[in-house]
Design a protein around this ligand. Structure first.
Ligand SMILES: [Fe+2]
Ligand SMILES: [Fe+2]
Length: 320
């Protein structure tokens, strides 16, 4: 089966004729998605091992000098990983909701962008099913305080308001894919990571690379149509949302499973040097995409983005 490639952006399509080059690029992504459809239940079989799943230096608590038994380190590693994977499912399903809405209200359906979003939704549902499998194998016990009533209400309110705004959605997609991409790269490259987790990381990163390419391609188109509220949200609010996303990957309940104080450990992790460095490293490609798309301008990077990414007004790193 080969992709049907329409290289011309059509008048009235999501893109408009100015973006023919983007359409060509997206048509190539469609062809790549079709070339090999990976069904994780059949193509990524396997099982997480019983012991440590991630090396201590890659754990959120790496800098905290904790006095834990080997058994507690194993437990904490598994709980941390389960929490990150849980966040991944929530993120992917919000992405799918946002894309589904974009498709439902599009001006036309005969556009490569529509085809690609359908491919991406298909790929994300397969990733999320694999993630559910991982969580079942890890068997976490942690209770997530962010899933309780009030924090959950805030999460729902903020996410529902953002996902039907195409430009902010696209930037959240970039952030939500760059952050796990870096985590998974570090896990896939480390010999002490569980072998199955390394396989999963490689498979997921391969498909996410296309998703990132799509988001970077359509961002200038979506930004051109962004309204004043979208623009304020992107400049002033999204850095806080992305920071919350990053710090929320491992929730305080994880630390309680090995007898540590939940919130105090969570705050110490968020401020720890390796975690701050990881946040900077993971979010700088998002900022680079915003600068490349003309969403933000060098010399005028808003303070929230500067703090999130550890950069100056021109977007250049201020820390190593
Ligand atoms: Fe994914
Ligand atoms: Fe993705």
């Amino acid at each position: 089966m080969t992709a049907t490639v329409d290289l011309e952006a059509r008048p009235g399509s999501m893109a408009g004729s100015r973006y023919g080059e983007h359409t060509t690029r997206i048509a190539r992504l469609n062809a790549a998605s079709l070339r090999r459809v990976i069904e994780p239940d059949a193509d990524v079989p396997g099982h997480i091992g019983d012991g440590a799943v991630v090396p201590r230096e890659l754990m959120a608590v790496a800098d905290l000098d904790l006095d834990l038994t080997d058994e507690q380190w194993v437990k904490l590693g598994r709980e941390e990983l389960a929490a990150v994977v849980d966040s991944g499912i929530r993120f992917e399903t919000l992405l799918m909701s946002g894309f589904a809405e974009l498709i439902a209200y599009a001006e036309r359906m005969d556009d490569e962008r529509i085809v690609y979003m359908l491919h991406e939704i298909g790929e994300e549902t397969r990733h999320s099913r694999l993630f559910v499998r991982l969580i079942r194998q890890l068997g976490p016990e942690a209770v997530n305080p962010f899933a309780r009533r009030l924090p959950n209400l805030v999460f729902r309110t903020v996410s529902r308001n953002l996902i039907h705004r195409p430009a902010p959605l696209c930037i959240l997609v970039l952030a939500g894919e760059e952050i796990p991409d870096l985590l998974q790269k570090k896990m896939a490259d480390h010999p002490a990571t569980d072998g199955f987790i390394r396989d999963v990381s490689r498979y997921h990163r391969m498909e996410e690379a296309r998703h990132l390419a799509f988001a970077r391609t359509v961002l200038p188109e979506l930004w051109e149509r962004a309204g004043p509220v979208d623009r304020v949200l992107v400049r002033r609010v999204l850095p806080t949302v992305v920071r919350t996303m990053f710090d929320g990957l491992v929730h305080p309940g994880v630390y309680r499973t090995v007898g540590l104080p939940g919130w105090a450990t969570w705050r110490a992790v968020a401020a720890s040097p390796s975690r701050v460095a990881l946040r900077h490293e993971a979010t700088r490609p998002v900022l680079a995409a915003l600068l490349a798309a003309g969403v933000l301008s060098p010399g005028r990077v808003p303070v929230g983005w500067r703090r999130l990414c550890g950069v100056g007004t021109d977007g250049e790193p201020t820390t190593a």
